[in-house]
Design a protein around this ligand. Structure first.
Ligand code: PXP
Length: 238
């Protein structure tokens, strides 16, 4: 299973002082040296973490893969078409939320998502839709020509009981299998960490890649980026 690192939280720390340190771009380049398979950033409408300068520099310098997360919003999609990330991941976005709160409702937003996918495809950018492990949402993602889905793992990560956790793992397993049968690439992410990743990888051989941010950035504060990344790579390869 591949591992992409989300560096948004480095930008949050940088923005806290309104200055230029720590630079999420430098951090991303170091993470590549330490073995991550890709870099993820979310260019939000409110620019609360990365900004356009970060995204453009990342596009120039990232050698692995740049996954740009964004809402299906005209201004941001136009920037994405110009920047040309290796993957555009469409996510729902609410101004007041602390972080992305769940998957897209593809079924209810079919026309808007369909035209956004066409625009991104016209710019030669493959598209992923961030969805719950829900078969109807996944069918609809395939129907409107998404190339990938990213399964929201937040419910698994926040499960209050073991039973709830295993139920959600099973939903994710079924969803990944279903998506693969439809020919979709399958990523997953949100809330994955050093404690919950092992159970996750054990049942999920249809997931190509996980996208992890918070847990890695938080650990790197204590042990440094190299150790934080290598420990996760080790867990993912077991
Ligand atoms: N995938 C998506 C679509 C996200 O929005 C986020 C959060 O920015 C992540 C993955 C990573 O989540 P976390 O920071 O909890 O690892």
């Amino acid at each position: 299973m591949k591992f992409s690192l989300n560096v948004d939280h480095v930008a949050v720390l940088r923005n806290a002082r309104g200055e230029d340190n720590p630079d999420p771009v430098t951090f991303a380049l170091m993470a590549e040296e330490f073995g991550v398979d890709g870099i993820v950033v979310h260019l939000r409408e409110d620019r609360r973490h990365v900004n356009e300068r970060d995204v453009r520099l990342l596009r120039e310098l990232v050698k692995t893969k740049l996954d740009l997360e964004m809402a299906a919003d005209k201004e941001i999609i136009d920037i994405a078409c110009d920047v040309q990330p290796d993957l555009a991941t469409l996510v729902p976005e609410k101004r007041q939320e602390l972080t992305t709160e769940g998957g897209l409702n593809v079924v209810d937003n079919i026309e808007q998502l369909k035209s956004t996918i066409i625009q991104l495809h016209d710019a030669d950018i493959p598209v992923s839709l961030f969805v719950e492990p829900d078969l109807v949402q996944i069918d609809t993602a395939a129907e409107i020509n998404s190339d990938f889905i990213e399964i929201h793992t937040g419910v698994y990560a926040n499960a209050a009981t073991e039973e709830e956790m295993f139920d959600e793992l099973e939903r994710i397993r079924q969803a990944a299998l279903h998506a693969k049968k439809l020919g979709l690439g399958v990523n997953a992410g949100h809330g994955l960490n050093y404690l919950n990743i092992k159970e996750f990888t054990a049942i999920n051989n249809n997931i190509d890649e996980v996208s992890i941010g918070q847990a890695i950035i938080a650990k790197s504060v204590f042990v440094g980026l190299e150790k934080a990344i290598k420990e996760m790579l080790h867990l993912l390869k077991i």
